[in-house]
Design a binder for this molecule. Structure first.
Ligand SMILES: NC(=O)C1=CN([C@@H]2O[C@H](COP(=O)(O)OP(=O)(O)OC[C@H]3O[C@@H](n4cnc5c(N)ncnc54)[C@H](O)[C@@H]3O)[C@@H](O)[C@H]2O)C=CC1
Ligand SMILES: CC(=O)C(=O)O
Ligand SMILES: [Mg+2]
Length: 371
């Protein structure tokens, strides 16, 4: 199969979808891999590294896209990339469509087959292609939030660990999944006073057992959210309903109950965000202030630590990439019931229920397409 790896073009996105190690796995199976010139630079891989693994390095971006059957990316296609996609091509990348109507309509119009990393599942109820980046983003969330608490960033001037004689800062994490647990772990490591809210008692049980009371667990209700906004120096938004737009859990009105200079870090921004006042930001300008509250809402947080993130992401995606290249999308998805939910769009049809629901579009069951 002809596989293409474009250079990412989203603001401050330095990850790449395939490492030279991945290229070697594909070329060893007889596939042709084209990598855009400098695609791996931000993650520490040179064009020569890719060539040594058997890739063709392509400087002409138009030729790269046109010649591809399978396109591997990291972030959702930007407008100029959507315009390059065509019917018969398969795109494998993060999509987050429920938060992006224009992108959804663009992909439908392209006629391409679009498989999202974030909706692939596993036998333990997890999201194996989201988890590595959720781990990164959860760990970064506290770094970013701690920096945002500094006065020069508009923050309240709170040092999370406190000092002897001064209480530590309070961090509340809403959603105790992969992002949430990793954020809580970092906050705990810094010496903050940490609480996790979740709707899943089973998940709270796991966290309680794992952290033996060092992290408080609270069942997420409207009252618990009211308490969180009154008490917290930093709130991390880390909820997910797979494939769907995030629920808005903190409204603008609730910001009035927060201490001025408190910080909201909305990691769930890639699914639209879980705070009413969230809007996507970039690493170039990661924060903004609403009603005295600092908001950090970067939609591609892991892009800033591209070396670690690329290695973590591609370790997880490689087996699925190999399946797509070896078998084609139809057989690869038909053979793996956990890969199948990755299919979000095919030939003008929406094949993921939560995306169809988000925009009132007709849903096509992916089972009917893979035979
Ligand atoms: N901004 C960025 O750069 C990145 C963003 N993300 C995003 O972070 C979000 C979280 O991802 P994961 O932790 O992997 O998901 P996850 O599925 O591991 O965890 C989500 C948790 O939210 C809980 N939850 C759902 N609704 C809730 C509610 N109303 N109140 C409280 N808890 C609720 C669930 O029970 C679950 O424990 C996703 O939107 C993901 O796409 C992930 C990586 C990078
Ligand atoms: C999950 C995601 O959106 C990211 O890694 O950028
Ligand atoms: Mg996004």
């Amino acid at each position: 199969m002809k596989v293409a790896v474009p250079k990412e073009i989203k603001n401050h996105e330095y990850r790449v979808a395939l490492t030279p190690t991945g290229v070697r796995e594909l070329t060893g199976r007889g596939h042709q891999v084209s990598v855009q010139a400098a695609a791996g630079e931000g993650a520490g891989f040179t064009d020569a590294d890719y060539q040594a693994a058997g890739a063709h390095v392509e400087a002409d971006v138009k030729a790269l896209w046109q010649g591809a059957e399978l396109i591997l990316k990291v972030k959702e296609p930007q407008a100029e990339e959507v315009a390059r996609l065509s019917s018969g091509q398969t795109l494998f990348t993060y999509l987050h469509l429920a938060a992006e109507e224009k992108l959804t309509l663009g992909l439908l119009e392209s006629g391409a087959t679009c498989i999202a990393y974030e909706t692939v599942t596993d036998s333990r109820g997890g999201l194996p292609l989201l988890a590595p980046m959720s781990t990164v983003a959860g760990r970064m969330a506290v770094q970013a939030g701690a920096h945002s608490l500094e006065k020069a960033q508009g923050g309240a001037g709170v040092l999370l660990p406190g000092v002897p004689g001064v209480s530590p800062g309070k961090v509340t994490v809403i959603g105790g999944g992969v992002v949430g647990e990793n954020a809580a772990r970092m906050a705990l490591g810094l010496g903050a006073d940490v609480t996790i809210l979740d709707k899943s008692i089973a998940r709270l049980e796991v966290l309680d057992d794992r952290y033996q009371g060092r992290i408080k667990t609270v069942y997420s209700t409207a009252d618990a959210l009211d308490d969180a906004v009154r008490d917290s120096d930093m709130i991390v938004g880390a909820v997910l309903i797979p494939g769907a737009a995030a629920p808005k859990l903190i409204t603008r009105k609730m910001l009035a109950d927060m201490q001025p200079g408190s910080v909201l870090v909305d990691v769930a921004i890639d699914q639209g965000g879980c705070f009413e006042t969230s809007k996507p930001t970039t690493h170039a300008e990661p924060t903004y202030i609403v009603d005295g509250i600092v908001h950090y809402c970067v939609a591609n947080m892991p892009g800033a630590v591209a070396r670690t993130s690329t290695l973590g992401l591609t370790n997880a995606t490689l087996p699925f990439v190999i399946a797509l290249a070896d078998k084609g999308w139809q057989k690869a998805l038909a053979d793996d019931a956990h890969f199948l939910p990755g299919l979000n769009v095919h030939d003008g049809r929406v094949t993921y229920q939560a995306v169809a629901d988000a925009f009132g579009l007709e849903y096509t069951d992916p089972v009917s397409l893979v035979g």
